[in-house]
Write a protein that binds this ligand. Sequence first.
Ligand SMILES: C=C1C[C@]23C[C@H]1CC[C@H]2[C@]1(C)CCC[C@@](C)(C(=O)O)[C@H]1[C@@H]3C(=O)O
Ligand code: AKG
Ligand code: FE2
Length: 379
Amino acid sequence: MESATPTLGHAQPPKVLKDENGALIFDSTMMRNASEIPKEFLWPSNDLIITADEELNEPLVDLAVLKSEDHEAIAHAAQLVREACVKHGFFQVTNHGVDQELIDAAYQEVDTIFGLPLERKLAARRQPGAVSGYSGAHADRYSSKLPWKECFSFKYAHIDPSHSQILHYFISLFGQDLRSSGIVYQKYCDAMKELSFAIMELLAISLGLDRLYFKTFFEDGESIMRCNSYPPCNNSSLTLGTGPHSDPTSLTVLHQDQVGGLEVYLDNKWFAVRPRLDAFVINIGDTFMALSNGKYKSCLHRALVNREVERKSLVYFVNPKEDKTVKPTKKLCSSDEERKYPDFTWSDLYEFTQKHYRADVSTLQGFIPWFIAGKPSNY
Ligand SMILES: C=C1C[C@]23C[C@H]1CC[C@H]2[C@]1(C)CCC[C@@](C)(C(=O)O)[C@H]1[C@@H]3C(=O)O
Ligand SMILES: O=C(O)CCC(=O)C(=O)O
Ligand SMILES: [Fe+2]
């Protein structure tokens, strides 16, 4: 890592750090201390546009009904989910069964991770071509439209006889220093798995499928857990915490703190998503949209930052087993000519987003030609 020392006798420009590949290095300390926003973080006005000072009127679905025998209440919840997923692919759930203490602990460990010295974060940085590890504004991947955030991501296999894969990942990266973080996120991801499977039951019912259809499809999958920290920004109107996109994954189970900033795009307008301390945000991703043969929308969303306070989110991205064929069941697609997407695997789409394409609002549209062309490595 090299640093460009400021020229003597002039105003002290901020130190610019670069990694061994010459890519700029940014972390939360640098972002917080930046009096002027570095040009790499500037986003096009079209992405920054503020179009609606309204909140999205998404349904708040009470998951307690799933444990009841009240078939009418279950059918009503499934109808709320169906209407939301056909329209924008977004809803929130309450009575989710996840302990508030575990959620609070997960937020505490976000501070632990991003509070580490820069050297230790860089020692755990994401390796090219994969999502796991630390990332400071994705500055190692992109040179413009950098997101004003730090994130730390790791994989979570749904079937893990050891029940300690995440603890071991944290130990492999940080030794015993972040053992408690590993224990907290092991428990958190265990809880996310159960919550996501309950939501999969509701999604199956809403599509007229056997209640366990999607739970069975995803039960041997591998999800991605991501901690996001969005530092305050003096020029918050010129940048974005996460740019406009749909998640390439299948289902997103997100908890946001009370700061606000998540927005959903609908009918050519951006709508704010009101933070609800007792709820999880759920959105459909590209892979599930393909599984539903386009019946359910992959939700377009973005995350704003603000001038005053840090915003944090805990994001769990559900994926099927990487080599499992993603194709809609016959009940959702009666004949081949109706197919909206080719058969593919999550491994294919994951590789595309990590090696060939920056996920945005058109990822699947970009993926299909690459996939049909034989997944060229020099794309
Ligand atoms: C498979 C993934 C790629 C991203 C993390 C997961 C699901 C969401 C994707 C992402 C957040 C979409 C916006 C762009 C992105 C680069 C980001 O801002 O982090 C995407 C993630 C990634 O490629 O790391
Ligand atoms: O932080 C948020 O609210 C959204 C983050 C997000 O969309 C993502 O990480 O995919
Ligand atoms: Fe997202």
